[in-house]
Design a protein around this ligand. Structure first.
Ligand SMILES: [Zn+2]
Ligand SMILES: [Zn+2]
Length: 340
């Protein structure tokens, strides 16, 4: 039993380590390096040779070995272990896709028979998949900030005092679970609808969509958003795409930056919800929530949100029961007066 546990632990840790060489993973060495090359290129283009020092913090061991960064790595590894036990991802996705596939057909959805080429269907699938995925990420993130109970868990991501590309994994397992359900729902919905509308043209679509969304996003410096590299995309592009500096604003401790820039790739959702704030290269931002959790280690990150959520739920429940009691007393009084 113990041997099996050690074997499993070793396998999981080795698979976490292999992410560094896996092109489908955001923290692969290729994307970590490509982000810095991208930043150097942009800064050189904007400020000449003197601009290159703006990338310095990306290589600073003080950042990468900061206690906050070490907590990022611990949370990343622990979450991987938790989720490898808790969620059989491929199984649940294929079950959902087949369930929805038959459900849509029962609702009258069928093959469109438009005779569209595979390329056109692929392009349409990628566009729908991308928009549904990006909006649902935005909306789930928005909810994590707006619903008090969810914020207790999401503050783990915001408690980072320095940002490294691994901060993206600094999330409470409850948030991880919610985002897993989000991706399961969106992927299953889009894939099942396309399977019904365009049968026989779906085989490569899934791979194509994943390739497009991860590769383009990552090569263009996705890792910079969780870093100290203050890089804007420039006035015009900022309106359409979430830049590193926009996400850094999202992590800011300043009150004027609260609840800004929930988006992942497109900035349009934030503009629609009036939560958009553009940034610039000379912005100075302090990261964190300003709460006790910022100074906590990995155990605090896991247990403090749970404690706060239980405390909050208890208060709400007590208030609810109290209100229900008052209502019932009022009703009794009303009944008594009416039929006396
Ligand atoms: Zn957030
Ligand atoms: Zn973040």
């Amino acid at each position: 039993m113990f041997d099996a546990f050690i074997f499993w632990l070793g396998e999981e840790l080795a698979s976490a380590g292999s992410s560094l060489f896996d092109l489908s993973k955001r923290v692969s060495l290729f994307y970590l390096v490509s982000a810095s090359v991208f930043a150097v290129f942009i800064f050189y283009f904007r400020y000449g040779f003197a601009g290159i020092h703006r990338v310095k913090s990306y290589f600073s061991w003080r950042v990468w070995w900061h206690s906050s960064a070490r907590t990022d790595y611990q949370v990343w590894l622990l979450n991987r272990l938790i989720f490898s036990i808790a969620i059989p991802k491929t199984l649940s996705q294929s079950v959902w896709i087949s369930f929805l596939f038959f459900f849509w057909q029962e609702q009258g959805l069928s093959n469109l028979s438009f005779g569209w080429s595979d390329t056109l269907v692929m392009a349409l699938f990628t566009l729908c998949y991308f928009l549904a995925d990006d909006f649902s990420r935005f909306f789930t993130h928005w909810l994590m900030h707006k619903v008090p109970l969810l914020w207790f868990f999401h503050q783990v991501h915001h408690s980072a005092k320095v940002l490294t590309p691994f901060t993206v994994f600094r999330t409470h397992p409850v948030e991880g679970g919610l985002f897993f359900l989000r991706s399961l729902t969106v992927q299953s919905l889009v894939i099942s609808i396309f399977l019904v509308l365009f049968p026989h043209q779906i085989s490569l679509l899934q791979i194509f969509g994943v390739l497009v969304s991860t590769f383009v996003f990552n090569i263009l410096g996705a890792n910079l958003r969780h870093s100290g590299v203050v890089l804007s995309y420039g006035k015009t592009i900022e309106k359409w795409l979430i830049s590193p500096v926009q996400h850094q604003i999202h992590h800011s401790i300043s009150v004027e930056h609260y609840d800004k820039n929930f988006g992942v790739i497109l900035a349009i959702w934030d503009r629609l919800f009036s939560t958009w704030s553009s940034g610039h290269d000379n912005q100075q931002i302090i990261f964190g929530t300003g709460e006790k959790i910022d100074n906590g280690g990995v155990l605090t990150q896991y247990f403090l949100p749970l404690k706060s959520a239980i405390h909050y739920s208890r208060l709400k429940l007590t208030k609810l029961l109290h209100n229900a009691q008052l209502l019932s007393l009022e009703a009794q009084e009303h009944f008594r007066r009416k039929f006396k």
